[in-house]
Structure formats: structure tokens, C-alpha cells
Design a protein around this ligand. Sequence first.
Ligand SMILES: C[S@@+](CC[C@H](N)C(=O)[O-])C[C@H]1O[C@@H](n2cnc3c(N)ncnc32)[C@H](O)[C@@H]1O
Length: 196
Amino acid sequence: MESANDIKDKIRQRFVKVATDPTAPQRHPSGPASAKKLGYDPAEIDALPAVVTESFAGVGNPLGLHEVRLGDTVVDIGCGAGVDSILAARKVGPSGRVVGVDMTAEMVKKAAANAVAAGATNAEFHQGEADRLPVGDGAADVVLSNGVFNLCLDKPKVLAEVFRVLRPGGRVQMADVLLGEAVTDEQVEKKGAWSD
Ligand SMILES: C[S@@+](CC[C@H](N)C(=O)[O-])C[C@H]1O[C@@H](n2cnc3c(N)ncnc32)[C@H](O)[C@@H]1O
């Protein structure tokens, strides 16, 4: 059986590729066309520099679930190359703040460079894991999560961490993939394990 570290290494390797070689074939849809298909405003996506959207690997549009307000503090877990963080940074404005966290160093580096390219001075990015966020208790108005929860090994621990950083009345805006009960073990096997 694979160890937790082996699984995490495989996940990292997969997202290093998405960060550094975004035009290489991926097992899942990615890039600006995928974002538009998932319900992002095409004009908003087209207004971002191409380098920002090329490594988008989300599975939905968590920002579309509820308005993020001026002045909000937003935490984006598994932020990848930073598309949601940067869009959120524009919505919260200079009095707000966005903290993006991702365990893949190449994604964090790209998200930080992307924020500069997009002029988002109120977004910061940290390398770290979803179950240990570099944010104080109750500091966040909104936690965003786009495609990371299914990759987390200890989901209850991540949820507990999300609720630690959220202020009372704060919100989780999450997009993710679910394994339906009708899907057989053989079908899962065919689709591949955690991160191939
Ligand atoms: C499917 S991608 C989505 C990236 C980004 N949210 C987007 O919409 O483009 C998942 C991201 O989560 C990161 N990740 C996976 N497991 C993680 C964990 N346990 N803690 C933090 N980040 C993680 C990966 O490095 C990857 O960048």
C-alpha cells in the first residue's frame, strides 16, 4: 500500500507539470477554455494575462456561488496558479486581502508571479498544506476551494482547519469532484488512482 507521502509526491508531480508545462496533454481539462466551460465570465477570463489562466486546473467556479465583498479576507486552499485568488483580489479591493496556499512549490511560484502580472497587490501566496493553513483563528470571511478537497488525504482534518480559520458566519465556497455510489471499483480502477 502506498504511504501518504508517496501519494502526496505523485499529486505534486502531476501539478508541477500543470504549472510548468501547461500545454502538455493533461488527464483533466485545464486552461482558459476549461474555466469558461465551468461558468466563469468569459470577459473576466479574457481580461487576465494568458500566463495567469494557462495553468487553471479548477473543477468548477466557487466564486460564482456567492458574492465576495469589498474588504473581505479570502483564503484560497489549493490555489494552484492563482486564478481564483486573483479574481477574488479584484473583488475584495485594496481594503481586502487574499491568501493562497498550495503544497506544490511550482504552483506557488507561478501564482505569485501571476499576481504581479495581473496587478493584484493584495494577494499573497504560501507553500503549505490544506490541513495547516498559515492563517489565524477566525481571520477569514471566505474560504475558497477549487478541486483540492478530493486530493486531500485526511478530509475531516482539512474541514476542521477550514472552520478554524473562518470567522463565525464566514463561508466556504467549494467546487470539487465526487465519487458517485453507482461507480464501480473497476471503473475507478480504469480512471486511475489518486493522481496519475
Ligand atoms: C486541481 S488543482 C486546482 C488548482 C486551482 N485551485 C485552480 O482552480 O486552478 C489542485 C491544487 O491543489 C494542490 N494540492 C493538492 N493537495 C493539496 C494539499 N493537501 N494541500 C494544499 N494544496 C494541495 C495541488 O498542488 C494543485 O495545485
